[in-house]
Design a protein around this ligand. Structure first.
Ligand code: FES
Ligand code: FES
Length: 157
């Protein structure tokens, strides 16, 4: 039996009500129901970080959380963070350093990197690599990504 439930949540500042199947993952709800396709579903096992989102200000794996678990909570996706300008410096730095190729990992990578920026302290390349170690990129070899994040975290971006 496929049970459905009513949920009410705030997504990128907009209050929404929807009826969702209890088994729907948050990343699939955002992509398929709301058309917010910036959050990607990669491994769907909590490993690759492509589905990284913020729920009540904390980064989470959208593939490990059910949409019904977001009931009453605030969800921010790459679209909302981009529209608000919060990640503008990272976006510019990624662009400047050519820190992406296919772009599949990039939304999750940027949301994860923004966590480091929000900590407001300088970080070594090793610390940046450790911080981003839960976000996989199959294309870039990470060098340019770390260059871009380093520039912003250490205040040059
Ligand atoms: S799709 Fe969620 S961690 Fe890979
Ligand atoms: S740019 Fe292709 S997976 Fe990272």
């Amino acid at each position: 039996m496929d049970k459905s439930l009513d949920i009410e949540l705030t997504v990128n500042g907009s209050r929404l009500r929807r009826r969702v199947a209890a088994r729907t993952h948050l990343v699939d709800f955002l992509r398929e129901e709301l058309g917010l396709t910036g959050s990607h579903a990669g491994c769907e096992h909590g490993v690759c970080g492509a589905c990284t989102l913020r729920v009540d200000g904390e980064i989470v794996r959208g593939c490990l959380m059910l949409a019904v678990q977001a009931n009453g909570r605030r969800v921010d996706t790459i679209e909302g963070l981009s529209d608000s300008g919060e990640i503008a410096r990272l976006q510019q730095a990624f662009h400047r350093h050519n820190a992406l190729q296919c772009g599949f990992c990039t939304p999750g990578m940027v949301i994860a990197a923004q966590e480091l920026v929000r900590q407001g302290r300088k970080a070594s390349r090793e610390e940046i690599r450790a911080h981003l170690s839960g976000n996989y990129c199959r294309c870039t070899g990470y060098q340019a990504i770390v260059d871009a994040v380093e520039e912003v975290v250490n205040g040059q971006g």
